[in-house]
Write a protein that binds this ligand. Structure first.
Ligand SMILES: [Fe+2]
Length: 303
């Protein structure tokens, strides 16, 4: 009989898991147990604190619905989503446009739109976003899909504006396709920076840490074409006061933009315009670059 104490428990647990046939699962679980145990030893975790942690995670799970993903929010606010993104970028064989967070508000099957369409049902001040989708050498990629989603001018996503509605209507989101020269253009509004959802356990955590909870104004993009790495990214507004203190650590310098008035190259005149070209890297063998998913897909998969 092996003596189990506060140190040997780690090896004993990992040895018992050594029967795991899947080598990757075996590696991940052994490492998880090692770090989890080290964490408990490092802070000398008490039973009451551990139960508090379990209660917190239970609340996080119970807050999740097909339209709300509290676990993604937790991952985002702990810097875990940004870390996974950076690890994903490091594995790329070619360097395309930098990635950024998918966030908890992505929805599949947003409305298909034509070039120049406005993704916002009731816009106040419209802007144009235009550019090209190319490979890393600048060759245009025709018929690439460009999915866009964002908040309105007051900082709310459709899912938040229609909180409690059984199936919220899609707004401030759409799917475009590039033309034969890889070009895309669309109309939208400048989103407002917003506070992450603060009415759940993650909000309690943010308040306990005296963090402001804001994300700088940003526009999400998911850009894809067969044979290329799916690009999950976002463009950030330069003049936002929280550009340097994003609660979910998503801002990357190369993704900061500023709308230009009277841009002579804009395909639609009379609106401030943002020009941004997306570069896609060749597809690698590994899977998706989405850190997160449409919340309804996660809830479906968990049943
Ligand atoms: Fe967002």
């Amino acid at each position: 009989m092996r003596v189990i104490d506060h140190n040997s428990i780690t090896d004993v647990a990992i040895e018992q898991m050594a029967s795991t046939p899947d080598p990757r699962l075996k590696q991940i679980m052994a490492s998880l147990v090692r770090h989890l145990h080290d964490f408990a030893r490092e802070v000398d975790l008490t039973p009451q604190e551990w139960i508090e942690g379990i209660t917190f995670l239970t609340n996080v799970g119970q807050k999740c619905t097909p339209f709300r993903q509290e676990f993604i929010l937790l991952s985002d606010t702990l810097g875990m989503s940004a870390l996974i993104n950076h690890l994903h970028d490091r594995r790329a064989t070619q360097m395309g446009t930098n990635t950024s967070l998918l966030g908890p508000f992505y929805r599949q099957n947003s409305p298909n739109m034509n070039p120049g369409d406005c993704i916002v049902k009731s816009p106040r001040q419209q802007i144009v976003i235009y550019g090209k989708v190319t490979d890393v050498d600048g060759n245009p990629i025709p018929n690439a899909s460009v999915e866009i989603w964002q908040t309105d001018e007051d900082g709310a996503y459709d899912l938040q504006k229609q909180d409690g509605v059984a199936v919220p209507e899609m707004d401030m989101r759409g799917t475009f396709h590039t033309d034969a020269n890889g070009g895309y253009y669309l109309r939208t509004v400048l989103p407002l920076g917003y506070m992450i959802p603060m009415d759940g356990p993650v909000g309690d955590m943010i308040r306990a840490q005296k963090r402001h909870g804001y994300r700088p104004s940003h526009i999400h993009f998911l850009v894809g074409a067969p044979g290329y790495r799916e690009l999950v990214t976002a463009l950030y507004a330069q003049d936002d006061e929280h550009i340097d203190s994003d609660t979910v650590f998503g801002v990357v310098e190369t993704l900061i933009v500023n709308p230009v008035k009277d841009d002579p190259n804009s395909p639609m005149k009379g609106y401030p315009a943002i020009h941004f070209d997306f570069k896609l890297a060749k597809a690698a063998a590994e899977g998706t670059g989405r850190v997160g998913a449409d919340p309804s897909q996660i809830v479906k998969a968990s049943h």
